[in-house]
Design a binder for this molecule. Sequence first.
Ligand code: URC
Length: 287
Amino acid sequence: MTDSLLQHHQYGKRAIRLVHVTRDGDRHELTDLDVDVTLTGEFEETYLTGANAGVLPTDSQKNTVYAFARQHGVQRIEDFALLLARHFVRAHETVKRARIGISRHHWDRITPQHSFVRSEGELRTVTVTHDAGKTWVVGGLTGLRLLNSTGSEFKDFPRDEYTTLPEAGDRILATSVSAGWRYEGTRGDWDAWHGKIRAALVTAFTETYSRSLQQTLYAMGEKALAACPAIAEIRLALPNQHHIAVDLSPFGLDNPNSVFVATEQPYGLIEGALMREGAVGADAAWW
Ligand SMILES: O=c1[nH]c(=O)c2[nH]c(=O)[nH]c2[nH]1
């Protein structure tokens, strides 16, 4: 046997599918969540010898999520994640840090009472990390698809022997936003704050005349920080969903920037993080 050290370990349950219905008479509220639980702590023994005395089964973790949903409701995912993270650390001595990630699928009401249609793509997300010293709440969203059909260019980039990209003076700019933002505190008006930040991201995307998606990213982050004083930092990942004008000349047709092929792969990925001036970083809050 070679000498080896267990360097890092964590475990938990992924993709706990939870659908919760609140019945207010005939009118129902639907909440549809994917919940991830990750625990770190004193679990070396089971890795080294298979002794499970300190190992809270992932099955019990899953059951806790369902039981807490019944007992406490799930209306605001930020509060539900805080509740679960604190519970695992408080209730189990071997658990030193708990991280709860939740993504919420959005359903739109199609009758006044109890019928819904799922709006595809966009998820509201939260990651709560809790240990003896601190609790961090990172709110966010993924799959927010945005497109500007003008107001975007990409020019003046360096050209080398491999450059074929033409300069674009008027191109389509399209992306699917992934954003995470770290709140300063653990109490808040989560729904309103999420709404303000989402609106700021959309407004900055639509209102910025874009010379690069990088510039647009910065404008989005800046507007989000301005819109919600409760957040200290924001991280954004913006895939550049390229739309390429189709060459219609073989068919004797022109293409005055009206027919495009929307390509999925490969795509550019533009990432950036903005911190409010004077705020203190918190790497442990992020994956
Ligand atoms: O906004 C852009 N940023 C880039 O870095 C880039 N690179 C590329 O090929 N197209 C684009 N567009």
